[in-house]
Design a protein around this ligand. Structure first.
Ligand code: PEP
Ligand code: MN
Length: 264
């Protein structure tokens, strides 16, 4: 079902008028984690003002270590939904377990599967019937075929609104957190009709590399970007402050991107 042979035309996902896929370009921006109502509201305002369409933010965080901040949980879903509504943005948040799919689907417009959960098959099956579009991140050691098979689990359950996300893979290089595989964008678009979104934040792990790799992703044909932005990155509650843009940088990136592709 994910294959272009099965479905030659690009899939375009329409979420309350925001179109994702085909010729459209979507910008998702926001913090790594929802921290407080004030934090997410202020960031939502800035994302909207810069021309973004989707507010990102994790209420449940998949941390490498068990003692790190794990996210504010269910309350974060409400904070995000309110901020999205107030500022006219769609919302995307990560869901980590099948038990939380329904509550996340109640509060968010798009559900995100993180890199560490790309092959959580119980989760993928549950997302097949969740009634919301899903952004499926590529596992950091997953091949294109493995990513497309993971998407297939969701599609086979009846959910045809799946976006693929390249977020960087593990290589021998340690300067960057991950290596953003730009080839994934055209390869996945050749193999599949599903929209391909690039995540230059996790793909590089370094703030100064986010804008160049965002532009490179658009030049490579990405259908959208998901970018971390924070008003006070140095004091953010996850380690991802180092890869989060300041609001001014986010805004200037979007102005540059507009010259490459219209933001719709
Ligand atoms: C995130 O989007 O904050 C995140 C945890 O992403 P990934 O699963 O790609 O590491
Ligand atoms: Mn993050």
């Amino acid at each position: 079902l994910a294959s272009r042979d099965f479905h030659p035309e690009d899939t375009v996902i329409d979420i309350r008028g925001v179109k994702i896929g085909g010729e459209n370009m979507v910008i998702m921006g926001g913090p790594c984690a929802v921290e407080s109502p004030e934090q997410i509201d202020e960031i939502a305002r800035l994302v909207k003002a810069s021309g973004g369409q989707v507010l990102r933010g994790g209420a449940f965080k998949p941390r490498t270590g068990p003692y790190s901040f794990q996210g504010v949980g269910v309350e974060g879903l409400t904070m995000m939904a309110e901020a999205g509504k107030r500022h006219g943005l769609l919302t995307i948040t990560e869901v980590m377990t099948p038990e939380y799919v329904d509550i996340c689907a109640e509060h968010a417009d798009i559900l995100q599967v993180g890199t560490r959960n790309m092959q959580n098959f119980d989760l993928l099956r549950k997302l097949g019937t969740c009634g919301r579009p899903v952004l499926l991140k590529r596992g950091f050691s997953a091949t294109y075929d493995e990513l497309l098979n993971a998407a297939e689990y969701i599609l086979a359950g009846g959910n045809r609104d799946v976006m693929l996300c390249e977020r960087g893979i593990r290589t021998f290089e340690t300067y960057t957190r991950n290596t953003l595989d730009l080839s994934a964008i055209p390869v996945l678009q050749n193999l599949s009709h599903l929209p391909v979104i690039s995540d230059p934040s996790h793909g590089t792990g370094r703030r100064e590399l986010v804008a160049p790799m965002a532009k490179a992703s658009v030049a490579a044909g990405a259908n959208g970007l998901i970018i971390e932005m924070h008003t006070d990155p140095d004091n953010s509650m996850t380690g991802d402050g180092v890869q989060s843009l300041f609001p001014e940088q986010f805004d200037s990136l979007l102005r540059d991107l507009e010259k490459l592709a219209p933001l719709v």
